[in-house]
Design a binder for this molecule. Structure first.
Ligand code: THU
Length: 140
């Protein structure tokens, strides 16, 4: 947990804007996200599917937009959902985001005014990152 800055609230506002685009006819739980990378903002919303498991989270949508624009280092992400408590990124999204900076700032909001901020490595300690792939095979 850490103190909320003006920059956090500004990023959260972009996430709230993206939340309005959520396509969530099955869960009814609308989520928006905004990634800050390379001085730009990239938004995403959850997009559900009749085959429920094919649904995509807002955070990964925003991450995809940033990477497609050529930004692979994220300073931070804001996520906002319909929950009363600030919505936290799901486990799969934490792992997905760790690829693009395991120490990025994560700002979280919900339906109410309560805002929470953290770093990704607090939410996902000891993430599996590319460095592991570069290590030599263990000897047999
Ligand atoms: N969802 C997100 O978009 N991000 C999260 O981190 C948590 C869950 C979406 C997935 C699904 O569309 C809905 O919220 C309910 O799980």
């Amino acid at each position: 947990m850490s103190d909320i800055t003006k920059a956090d609230l500004a990023l959260l506002a972009f996430a709230r804007e993206a939340q309005e685009k959520a396509y969530a006819p099955y869960s009814g739980f609308r989520v928006g996200a905004a990634v800050y990378a390379g001085g730009e903002i990239y938004q995403g919303c959850n997009v559900e599917n009749a085959a429920y498991g094919s649904s995509i989270c807002a955070e990964r949508g925003a991450a995809m937009a940033a990477v497609q624009a050529g930004n692979t280092f994220f300073d931070g992400i804001a996520v906002v959902g319909d929950s009363e408590d600030p919505t936290v990124p799901c486990g799969a999204c934490r792992q997905f985001l760790a690829e693009f900076n395991p120490e990025m700032r994560v700002v979280m909001g919900g339906r109410l005014d309560h805002v929470r901020a953290s770093s990704l490595d607090e939410l996902l300690p000891d993430a599996f990152v590319r460095g592991y792939l570069d290590q030599d095979e263990p000897s047999k």
